[in-house]
Write a protein that binds this ligand. Sequence first.
Ligand code: NAD
Length: 346
Amino acid sequence: MRHEQATIRTGRRSGLPIIIAVHSTALGDAVGGCRMHSYPHLFDGLADALALSEAMTLKCAAAGLDFGGGKSVIVLPPGGTITGEERRRIFLDFGDAVEAFGGRYRAAEDAGTTAADMAVARERTAHVHCLPERLGGSGEPSELTALGALAAIEAVWQHIAGTPSLAGRRVTVIGLGQVGSRLARCLAEAGAELTVTDIDLDRKDLATEVGARWVDPATAATTETDLLVPAALGGLLSHDLVTRLRCAAVVGPANNQLTDDAVADELAARGIIWAPDFIVNAGGVIHGVLMDIAGGTRTEARTAARAIGPRLAGILRQADLSVTTPHAVALEAARGRVAAAARRTD
Ligand SMILES: NC(=O)c1ccc[n+]([C@@H]2O[C@H](COP(=O)([O-])OP(=O)(O)OC[C@H]3O[C@@H](n4cnc5c(N)ncnc54)[C@H](O)[C@@H]3O)[C@@H](O)[C@H]2O)c1
């Protein structure tokens, strides 16, 4: 394990396993969202927390934030929606688990959790962020995640076609949750010819609203398209899938898109640009850190999220110059910043 700490505790009210992983605090307290999801096994949840917290370290380092990487996972039993008192018990337990870290890990919402859930956790700890605006919080970070992802998509298209304009470009979005739905609306406004999917068929309404073509989730990734935008959960890009992709680039907000780092090389070998996910989806953590922790304004946070575009453009140029992948360039820079900070604190 390359992590500073990982804990699993059973919520005393909910009986559910709550996993918190702190990958690194070399740059500062660890920040990272709370994912609530149904996993086949507890250890799948642990593996997700470990991988996601490491990605948070890279994300903060690459975005120039003085924070480290952490992540929490609440492991749900299979099936069913959790609401009402049952949900409240889970997030009181979650607040206790976060409090046990004494501020070394600070949480906010992620896939499967909301600002309202964080407001419940706040009853047990001060170290949760992005509460609902009606309660004086900074609200859902997904708006800035979508804004940053849009800036990244435009930067990739500029790199490929010499223009950031997405008008008439074929863009396929996989996953229409908190981030994907907002991003799909932005892409529709930008004039993209949209194809969308989600395993939740209720999301077809959004497809109709934005004038997008709906495809089956099983075939969405291999649809012929200019830009493929993963906005669901991780692990989409496997060795097998890469051989079947029919796109010029993959650039989207989903965390941990690669099943392993070698997939980035295979994408490059096929001439497909892959924009490193931890660069593309930093808008959410920028929201949390700048607005909630540093007390900045929404305008400042939006400006910082838009800066993801130029940052990614620089990485793509550097990769071309060095004849390597954008993934290798981004990893080296982020790991270098963390290693330098660790040396200073030794
Ligand atoms: N919320 C944020 O601000 C934020 C920040 C950074 C990164 N991310 C990452 O972005 C991704 C989406 O986050 P979110 O907050 O929108 O989550 P969410 O849970 O709101 O949405 C995920 C959506 O993906 C759908 N989905 C799941 N599996 C699918 C599949 N196989 N095919 C198609 N659709 C599928 C779900 O039905 C859901 O609608 C996650 O990987 C998350 O970690 C989110």
